[in-house]
Design a protein around this ligand. Structure first.
Ligand SMILES: [Ca+2]
Length: 610
């Protein structure tokens, strides 16, 4: 069961020490002696672990333009911005284009194609998962003495119990196993067309976000060729939590993270993976779900869905603030590395996220799909001022980076694709050791993308959906009047307050810093000569000069195209077979008392419709 955590949300509490002093003072005469002793004594020294605490807060589908530190004057993210303003903004940071591939890459340090997870997301009742013969981040950290906890989304397989996070190095798990849940009732609904003939007719369904598109066609429904999987997906370790609903998921996951921090023995290093549902759509029929007070907070946003979406993002930002506050109260910050990352770009079309001014949306290999939100903050970086990093980085890099920060030898990690960035993150002068990023290569869709240095190549067997530039820019209904910083922080920020109080606030000049993190591309003139048409061959962009992918320059650089295609083929040759499988009818929650479970390890169950 979920335990409510005091204090109430947004109610700032203060360090324990002054409260202890105040308590002593209320005891009459005898206590005066103790009070005097307490006032004269230095604060107790909290023992620190040798190794850093690692707090990884992963947002789901958070778009480039859905945070204010990239310069969007629409959704204020005062806590994330405060971390960015005293940390490192990762402005050349890539992920894969959707959930499962990115999460597999994060956990393993390997590109998704080397996990067999490169053709889309795992679906419920699909007997696939992150390969068991690959060691993952919490397993490596466990050997170093870490306590590891995952809260929120897993989405890396569960058909057998041995795929559960608690069997993969995590000491505890509270969250869900599939792609998405309803933010209030913790059910997961999934639906797909099962007949091969109808799948061909509805090809767009495979390519789009199942959370946003219309349900399968009425023809498919009439013919009975639709498979619906619907059930509870909330877990505490290896038990289904059946009787919990009615509280907002982002707040519940945050409460749980605070419990973990509160109960943690600070002499041990902690790996806390808060894998939020936010800001992905929760439910096919009611995709955008925000607490009403957060909807009200953003009344400057006129478009209703975007305003609801802003509330989802603000809940996420509140979560960052509360987690930071909890770490501060436990005196853990000085040994902490905190990362905020999205797993892919925003669901801009269809959807209410925004990657503006980037091109494309979640699922695509345009920058809007794969160039993701990233921030790292840590006193261990020894920064003298905040900075915007243009050092090329990929989500696979976190495994060796954390391992190195914890004093490990990255050679222990074997043949991974991730590169240790720890020393580079500390030093703006160093160039990134990473020279290329495999964005993805999918043998089924025929879509592939690779960046080497400034250049990026994209290939596809057919025109790619979601290839336009989607708003909102945030400029339409902004209510920023004078200082952008004042607007972002007008309602307070736990993170900023704590950083200022503890002398760790690094910003010396308001507003200017944001401009460095903004991508400005100018007007899209779409020259006919530079249009991308995949039926004519690959498209090539100089991402450094043209981050918004306006001008396809493939015809100007045939040798570059040839070399990059060869490299893409080489990387494709390292792929494992795609794991995507037909849905297993025995995995239907209807067989398992209305819950998504590791069905292949269930002994007694009954499928009424089979
Ligand atoms: Ca995602």
């Amino acid at each position: 069961m979920v335990e409510k955590t005091e204090p109430e949300e947004n109610e700032r509490t203060y360090p324990v020490w002054p409260r202890i002093i105040a308590m002593f003072a209320s005891f009459a005469v005898v206590a005066v002696v103790f009070t005097a002793v307490a006032l004269l004594s230095p604060p107790p020294v909290v023992p620190q672990p040798e190794l850093p605490h690692i707090i990884f807060i992963l947002a789901d589908d958070l778009g480039w333009n859905d945070v204010s530190f990239h310069g969007s004057p629409q959704i204020p993210t005062p806590n994330i911005d405060a971390l960015a303003a005293s940390g490192v903004i990762l402005n050349n940071y890539y992920t894969h284009p959707q959930c499962t591939p990115s999460r597999g890459a994060l956990m393993s340090g390997k590109y998704a194609n080397r996990l067999g997870l490169h053709h889309g997301d795992l679906r419920p009742a699909e007997a696939s998962g992150l390969p068991l013969n690959i060691a993952i981040l919490p397993e490596y950290l466990k050997k170093m003495g870490y306590k590891s906890h995952i809260i929120g989304k897993w989405h890396l397989g569960y058909h057998r119990k041995r795929y559960l996070p608690t069997r993969r190095g995590f000491d505890s798990f509270f969250g869900f196993l599939n792609d998405n849940i309803d933010y209030y009732d913790y059910t997961c609904f999934y639906e797909e067309i099962t007949s091969p003939e109808m799948k061909n007719v509805s090809l767009a369904i495979d390519a789009a976000d199942e959370n946003y598109i219309s349900p399968p066609t009425s023809d498919a429904k009439i013919s009975g060729n639709v498979k619906t999987l619907f059930g509870i997906d909330l877990w505490e370790n290896e038990e289904v939590v059946r009787d919990f609903r009615g509280e907002y998921a982002t707040n519940v996951f945050t409460d749980k993270a605070l419990d973990v921090i509160d109960e943690h023995n600070v002499t041990k290093p902690l790996f806390l993976f808060v894998s939020h549902a936010a800001s992905q759509a929760g439910n096919k029929f009611f995709p955008l779900q925000s607490p009403s007070e957060l909807y009200e907070r953003n009344n400057h946003i006129k478009e209703s869905d975007r305003r609801t979406y802003a509330g989802m993002v603000e809940a996420l930002d509140d979560s960052v603030g509360r987690i930071f506050d909890a770490l501060s109260q436990k005196d853990m910050l000085k040994k902490s590395i905190i990362v905020i990352s999205s797993d892919n770009g925003g669901a801009a079309e269809p959807g209410s996220g925004s990657n503006w001014p980037f091109r494309g949306t979640k699922f695509s290999l345009w920058e809007g799909g794969v160039r993701s939100v990233g921030v790292v903050w840590s006193p261990l970086l020894n920064l003298e001022k905040p900075r915007v990093s243009m050092q090329l980085m990929h989500i696979t890099d976190w495994l060796p980076t954390f391992y190195s920060a914890a004093g490990g030898d990255v050679d222990d990690l074997g043949d991974i694709d991730g590169i240790n960035m720890w020393s580079v993150l500390k030093d703006d002068e160093k160039s990134s050791p990473r020279e290329e990023v495999l964005l993805n290569v999918d043998p089924i869709s025929g879509i592939g993308g690779l960046r080497i240095g400034d250049m990026k190549i994209l290939v596809s067997d057919y025109p790619v959906e979601g290839s336009d530039w989607y708003g909102p820019s945030g400029l339409e209904d902004s209510n920023v009047t004078d200082s952008f910083d004042d607007w972002v922080w007008k309602n307070g920020s736990f993170v900023k307050d704590i950083l200022v109080e503890t002398g760790q606030w690094l910003l010396s000049e308001n507003d200017v810093w944001r401009q460095e993190a903004m991508i400005i591309c100018g007007e899209n003139f779409l020259p006919v000569s530079g249009k991308c048409d995949f039926t004519n061959g690959p498209c090539l962009y100089n991402i450094t000069d043209d981050p918004c992918e306006y001008k396809n320059i493939a015809s100007l650089y045939p040798k570059v195209v040839e070399n990059m295609l060869n490299r893409l083929r080489d990387l494709n040759a390292t792929s494992l077979p795609v794991q995507t499988k037909e849905l297993d009818p025995l995995g239907d929650p209807v067989c398992h008392n209305f819950a998504h479970v590791p069905w292949m390890d269930e002994e007694d169950f009954d499928c009424p419709l089979s």
